[in-house]
Design a protein around this ligand. Structure first.
Ligand code: HEC
Ligand code: HEC
Length: 290
């Protein structure tokens, strides 16, 4: 394919999806979030909340509302939700002794249903010792290396995904509630800068898709606001759970930009900022997406 000038957002969206520019205008049609209600075991989840007064979004929607009914259905029943295999693994790891200190997570934290309740909803969170905000993955690895004297888990390993899924589940239904003031402010602002920066060969920003064009279709993919209240998320495309940073990386690759380092400061700042855009949405971990 030769060089072509991509001028309109619609054409860029199509290019990101690997479509010919001409077909794009017909393909990119408006279709808002659907009206389906997310309830699991009788518990209702907030998939739509008013945006912050000074924020960029009038309404904040969970990505669940943009998925088709078959994908949505997989999240309505924990027995159909493939993410629960990892939740079970995470529960086993919680009480497994590992490392030179001879401890398990449970040795110090006891019942996760109590000690980990609300933790996912507040991540990333300021950590005084580190002098910066830490994601859930960072926090778990700190406990492994410092408190258990065990080897850290790789970010995208089955162990880490299982543990973040298990811990995340303890906050399911609770509203996203990250702090963005005090020492977090600079990180929030840095994440915001990254969110709006146009990068890559397609010269696009996160906002170009998830703020200006959510609701539109890119081929079969219904663009959401790119919220992170359901992570780690099971994706049929991945055939497994994936982390927030994996998703960020994939989106950056789609616009042919060089992704930031998974677990690095840029993605941590971006995670904090994206979380703040979804304040009030229910945690859905482990969510199901296509
Ligand atoms: C030797 C004791 C010890 C062990 C073992 C341990 N932790 Fe921790 N953990 C702590 C302490 C102390 C803190 C900081 C104080 C707090 O928030 O509870 C902490 C904090 C945390 C937090 C942040 C909680 C919050 O409210 O922000 C998470 C998440 C966590 N640990 C997960 C784990 C996991 C998962 C494991 C096992 C892989 C584990 N920890 C093993 C002692 C331990
Ligand atoms: C070319 C358009 C485009 C750009 C630019 C883009 N994304 Fe995405 N993103 C998508 C599509 C398509 C999906 C899958 C459908 C959906 O959930 O919106 C997606 C999904 C996501 C999701 C998963 C949402 C969920 O509910 O599971 C997150 C999070 C996300 N993007 C974040 C970002 C961030 C952060 C950036 C900037 C670094 C970005 N995206 C840039 C197109 C884009």
């Amino acid at each position: 394919m030769g060089t072509r000038v991509i001028s309109s957002t619609a054409a860029k969206l199509a290019a990101a999806a690997g479509l010919a520019a001409v077909a794009a205008y017909a393909t990119v049609a408006l279709a808002g979030p659907n009206d389906n209600e997310l309830a699991v075991d009788g518990q209702k989840y907030m998939t739509e909340v008013p945006g912050a007064k000074d924020g960029p979004l009038e309404k904040v929607y969970s990505g669940w509302r943009f998925r088709n009914e078959a994908t949505q259905a997989m999240q309505l029943d924990d027995f159909d939700n493939p993410g629960f295999t990892n939740v079970e693994t995470g529960e086993q790891l919680w009480s497994t002794v590992d490392g030179e200190a001879g401890k398990s997570c449970e040795s110090c934290h006891g019942d996760a249903a109590e000690s980990m309740k609300g933790v996912r909803a507040q991540m990333p969170k300021w950590n005084e010792a580190a002098g910066k905000p830490l994601t859930l993955e960072h926090t778990i690895n700190n406990c492994r290396t410092q408190n258990m004297k065990a080897a850290p888990w790789k970010w995208e390993s089955n162990e880490m995904l299982s543990m973040t899924a298990f811990i995340g589940l303890q906050s399911r239904g609770m509203p996203v509630n990250v702090k963005t003031d005090g020492p977090m402010k600079a990180w929030h602002d840095k994440g915001k800068e990254i969110y709006y920066a146009r990068v890559g060969q397609l010269d696009m920003s996160c906002s170009g898709c998830h703020e200006e064009n959510y609701g539109k279709m890119i081929r079969a993919d219904h663009l959401s606001q790119g919220q992170i209240n359901g992570f780690p998320t099971y994706r049929s495309k991945w055939q497994k759970l994936g982390s927030i940073h994996r998703r960020f990386k994939g989106c950056m690759k789609n616009i042919r930009a060089t992704p930031f380092k998974v677990g690095g400061d840029e993605f941590t700042a971006l995670e904090l900022y994206v979380a703040s855009r979804g304040q009030g949405l229910s945690i859905e971990t482990p969510a199901v997406r296509n």
